[in-house]
Design a binder for this molecule. Structure first.
Ligand code: UDP
Ligand code: MG
Length: 222
């Protein structure tokens, strides 16, 4: 019913797709920052928050926030499926002409959305940029084990695919065409940052330094 209701409405200029797993204290500050940025850019926008089976009060907080924001869609997965599934579910539901995928733990600075927006809609760009990727200047503070594991993974990935994802993140802005292409892929197990790069569409990058997680919580990746 909600989908039909949305189909009758004009699309949003920007959809913010946000995977959430045990981020109870972060969802509200993130939403506030997204609102500030989108208001500065004067955009019609929506946030699509996907709770990926959180065991803390993330979902309760999302529902509470949804009561105060008509442009917030809340999706709850039945269990923890992993970030890739949460991103996929969010993109399926997002209706913007432009979309941005952003983490909910405040490690991806929402302010960067302004630069990403100008880069994607830059009339001077004759390349017709379709994806703007935020790339890490440096990896955030993390354990040696995790850093080594990440290095090995990206080295193997480069060797087997020829695609260098070392500094890449899932913080990406894209046109709705990229969204449609991504959703049309038959892959069952997805790798968002790899597949969006694999299309070979004109892409721009913007560097940023990821902040440390706001609370002591470690990465949610296993
Ligand atoms: N996340 C998720 N499902 C998971 C693990 C993580 O939706 O199973 C979300 C998490 O809430 C965060 C984002 O994905 O918004 C990135 O996770 P995390 O911060 O743990 O990854 P890292 O920053 O270490 O890459
Ligand atoms: Mg993080």
């Amino acid at each position: 019913q909600r989908t039909e209701e949305k189909m009758r409405q004009s699309k949003y200029q920007l959809s913010c797709v946000v995977p959430v797993y045990n981020e109870a204290s972060n969802v509200s500050p993130l939403l506030q920052s997204l609102q500030q940025v989108c208001e500065r850019l004067n955009l019609s926008w929506e946030a699509v928050l996907v709770d990926d089976g959180s065991s803390d009060s993330s979902w309760d907080n999302i529902v509470r926030l949804a009561h105060g924001h008509s442009n917030l869609s809340a999706i709850r997965l039945s269990r923890n499926f992993g970030k890739e599934s949460a991103i996929y579910a969010g993109l399926l539901y997002a209706w913007g002409e432009t979309l941005v995928v952003i983490d909910s733990d405040l490690q991806h600075p929402p302010e960067l959305i302004e630069q990403m927006w100008s880069r994607l809609h830059d009339p001077a760009s004759d390349q017709g940029v379709e994806i703007v990727s935020a790339v890490k200047q440096k990896r955030q503070r993390e354990s040696i084990t995790r850093e080594v594991a990440a290095r090995i993974f990206y080295w193997l990935f480069l060797k087997s695919t020829g695609i260098d994802l070392k500094s890449s993140t899932d913080f990406k802005m894209m046109t709705s065409r990229v969204r449609s292409l991504y959703l049309s892929l038959p892959e069952r197990y997805r790798f968002f940052r790899g597949l969006t790069c694999w299309f070979g569409l004109p892409e721009a990058t913007i560097e940023f330094s990821p902040s440390d997680r706001p609370e002591s919580g470690a990465s949610r990746w296993t």
